[in-house]
Design a protein around this ligand. Structure first.
Ligand code: NAD
Length: 261
């Protein structure tokens, strides 16, 4: 698909950009002409991804090693990104972790770590980025929520609860930042084939996908496309929304067909 030139001269930060959905989002913006700052905790993976996207697209990629759950690290990373790129127009809060376990086996430390990485991080990043986004005059924040905010999927009570918090965070922030001409939206992915889904084989992934309405699991690029739309001027009248990009997974299961057996 042609990524177009929607983001020429726009400056974008993507968190959790070393792998999976974040990497696809960073690549999508770079393909559309943006300057991109990729932020991640995993330094070697981040270096590889930044080099790969830079070589593929010719875009200027800034690499920032930082833990999004820490206030000092996020404010330093945002300052470095803003000075390296000469401003900021778009913040994508994508970094997240999931810990799969039943509620009665979940220690409080896992609840805290899940909330710190998946929700506190968004507060910290948005606060740090606010002055630069205000200067943009057409700023946008896109947060990555999850289908888990809407329905039970697998055992991960802290994750689902934090992701429901992302939906409320997005809505309320949109109201408070509207006077600054900053739009705030979220994308809620369904199951997407990344490291987060574990070490499933291609065959297992294919089989799992048959349960979803559109007959397949999502790809990181499916999410990147929705994020690019919400961050672009094409979505100039959209704010406070959470867009499900789930292949319909929250609506119904796909009827089993003979070819699925
Ligand atoms: N994969 C799915 O099925 C799925 C479904 C719904 C929502 N999501 C959400 O999409 C986002 C991306 O998920 P993914 O599947 O690409 O995961 P992933 O594990 O493949 O990649 C996550 C990236 O975030 C980074 N990261 C983790 N903790 C960090 C921290 N404290 N500071 C900085 N970086 C950190 C990791 O190093 C990694 O590069 C997450 O918010 C996740 O909850 C994923």
């Amino acid at each position: 698909m042609d990524a177009g030139s929607d983001f020429v001269d726009r400056k974008v930060i993507v968190t959790g950009a070393a792998a999976g959905i974040g990497r696809a989002i960073a690549r999508r913006f770079a393909q559309a002409g943006a300057r991109v700052a990729c932020l991640d905790l995993n330094a070697p993976a981040l270096a590889r991804t930044a080099e790969e996207i830079g070589a593929e697209t010719g875009a200027q990629i800034v690499s920032l090693v930082a833990d999004v759950s820490r206030e000092d690290a996020t404010s330093r990373a945002v300052d470095d990104a803003v000075s390296a790129m000469g401003g900021l127009d778009v913040l994508v809060n994508n970094a997240g972790i999931v810990i799969l376990q039943r509620f009665d086996e979940t220690p409080i430390e896992d609840w805290d770590r899940t909330f710190a990485t998946n929700l506190r991080s968004m507060f910290l990043m948005a606060r740090a980025a606010l002055p630069a986004l205000r200067r943009s005059g057409a700023g946008a924040i896109v947060n990555i929520a999850s289908i888990a905010a809407y329905r039970y999927t697998v055992p991960h009570v802290p994750y689902a609860t934090a992701k429901a918090g992302v939906v409320a965070f997005t809505r309320d922030l949109a109201v408070e930042l509207a006077p600054d001409r900053i739009r705030v939206n979220a994308v809620a992915p369904g199951p997407i084939a990344t490291e987060m889904l574990g070490k499933l084989t291609d065959e297992e992934l294919g089989k799992a996908g048959r349960h979803y309405l559109l007959g397949r699991l999502g790809k990181p690029e499916d999410i990147a496309e929705a994020v690019a739309f919400l961050a672009s001027e094409r979505a100039a009248y959209v704010t406070g929304a959470t867009l499900p990009v789930t292949g319909g997974a929250e609506l119904a299961s796909r009827p089993v067909r003979s070819e699925d057996r």
